[in-house]
Design a protein. Structure first.
Lengths: 190, 190, 190
């Protein structure tokens, strides 16, 4: 990972880090801190607990799927963005994004997205797709989470449970158009 | 695994072991025996071949998905439960469960469940969910396999093949109610 | 892998090699060359770049999912089959197969098959199923890719996106009959 990150940095390819389970074990926390220190990271995206732990806030992480942080998330996110020089994304019912200047929230999505495994990794991958073509890291991150959330909203409206939800999530994401994204996004700049 | 098992034992968290491929390689057989000896296992769940090998019966295992045992499965299961102090579950067309006192069979399920990968691991996970809230290990194991089998029966009745069967299996499991489980279960105490 | 391959060779069980990412890293290229040299391989199946690299042609491989080769693919495939004594399969919009004597193409399939992960591995597995019962390696490989391609054509005609495509691909493959395969195959001997 370190070598791949340096190669990407040398070629100005954006590096996205998803610090899965940071805070759950010291190994994961320490390695994520090392990644962030050694490399130039474009976007760090985690849940409130993972980002809270890395930011030095009073945070709790249980396993890779849950976590919580005490304190004002927008403040923590903006301060950690300033400290790292990265765009910080905290996913949740309301996603919070900051590049250290703006703080942006995204309200799209559906609780079903927390009932199937892999949606956090999918979200990170979609951020990667968007920042690959848009140099505004915070704006691209917000747009990508809105797109993913809109697909989740539609899949939830047309499924019979978590199995068909997951199938539909891929389908709706694949057919989402820029005009639908613009119309249905719930992106707000604080 | 050993360390996680000891930590769970110290906290009285039930430990479920699925001895995947025991009998297929000596490494797997030996490691499973070690797990069973070193830890206090609440439930050991495998197919007839895997449990037969661990119980010292005349059993054959080919790969991780098939196996067979000579002899009377209910007897082998009850004796192995007494020997280990664990609840033993043998999955199959008719599941056989024993805590050393009772021997229970569960007849729910559908042959389609053997045509997609992962259903054995899913069954073990569902046993884990049930025993987490019900201290009667044998009863909870029987109820969990009945629930999973009922979901499989419904999915099989509404699918077009193994792909849509797997999707529907998750859907039907997620909406199963306690009263439906009570009505449709085919649990029998021998 | 080497030991498993020798065991299969000793028992005359066909060995199929899918040289995933050969050409993308020297480790993968070298290990695949070693597999091919040490073992008696029945079928080597890859994309144009992977086979091109192993065959010593002027080929490019980027990651595990794409690659290209300069030169006439049927010629490269036939020559590499003669050199190795294996049946060579190059998958693509038009699959090319040779056992060193015949060169066969298969035109079944749908672009959607390149939009979900795992279809290359599925194709290799299906080749394995067909050659297990048909000693004509090139003919069995062609029939298997036709069967898989026909299932892909049907799934593409009845899906709403890549999620439901993948589900339907399993469904249609499971119900395909020999007479449908015979009717819809686009196998051609050059």
């Amino acid at each position: 990972m370190i070598r791949a990150g340096h190669a990407a940095n040398d070629r100005n390819i954006p590096v996205i880090v998803d610090p899965v389970g940071a805070g759950a074990t010291s190994y994961r926390t320490n390695f994520m801190s090392r990644l962030i220190q050694e490399l130039r990271i474009s976007v760090i995206k985690g849940n409130a607990g993972e980002i809270g732990v890395l930011a030095g806030a009073d945070a709790q992480v249980r396993g890779v799927d849950s976590g919580d942080v005490k304190g004002d998330i927008p403040d923590i996110v903006r301060d950690f963005a300033i400290e790292t020089g990265s765009t910080i994304v905290v996913s949740g019912a309301s996603d919070v994004i900051s590049d250290g200047i703006r703080v942006i929230t995204v309200e799209n999505g559906h609780p079903f997205m927390g009932r199937v495994t892999g949606t956090g990794c999918m979200a990170t991958s979609i951020i990667g797709s968007f920042v690959a073509v848009n140099p505004d890291m915070a704006g691209a991150s917000a747009a990508s989470l809105a797109a993913f959330g809109i697909a989740g909203e539609r899949a939830a409206a047309h499924c019979s449970g978590p199995g068909s939800f997951k199938t539909s999530l891929f389908d709706y994401l694949s057919v989402l158009t820029p005009s639908e994204l613009e119309r249905d996004q719930k992106i707000r700049i604080l």
